[in-house]
Ligand binder design. Structure first.
Ligand code: ZN
Ligand code: ZN
Length: 154
């Protein structure tokens, strides 16, 4: 009987910890994989002008409004990880904005990032208007509005 109670207490503790970690990630963001800056910042915590210029990129280049709850920004190297970016643990893979399949090796030094399912190419580029770096699809690509599988953070 005691063992069962200990087990239940441990299980409850583990769940509470998992929820706390997830809450913390939402609050403080994840470490940036591209620089030594400690963490990424949740979109909602950015300054108004930063928010405005990031949204401008999505409007101009991707013709969509991202799910901002899943947008994280590294202010160290000014990189935006959007709602199609990676899973919690690895921001080096992304979800294709055209076919929603996983795109691997989305590292900065890979200059031929390509979705193996639909052939869409991506490139880490700095958007002139905002000064932030995005994983950009071609400007004429027909993109999905939202990441279908919800694998992004949140
Ligand atoms: Zn960074
Ligand atoms: Zn694709």
């Amino acid at each position: 009987m005691t063992y069962v109670m200990v087990f239940l207490a441990l299980a409850a503790g583990a769940i509470a910890l998992a929820l706390a970690v997830k809450g913390l990630v939402m609050l403080v963001g994840l470490p940036c994989p591209f620089c030594r800056h400690g963490k990424t910042t949740c979109f909602n915590k950015l300054a108004v002008n930063q928010k405005r210029s990031i949204l401008q990129y999505f409007k101009d280049h991707e013709h969509r409004t991202p799910n901002v709850k899943c947008v994280f920004v590294c202010l160290g190297c000014k990189t935006v990880f959007d709602d199609f970016s990676g899973e919690l643990r690895s921001m080096e893979s992304n979800w294709c904005k055209v076919c929603n399949e996983q795109v691997f090796d989305c590292t900065l030094d890979n200059d031929s990032i390509k979705c193996t399912s639909c052939g869409t190419r991506y490139e880490w580029k700095t958007h002139e208007g905002s000064g932030f770096r995005f994983l950009m699809p071609p400007v004429d690509a027909r993109l999905l509005d939202r990441c279908r599988y919800g694998h992004g953070v949140g």
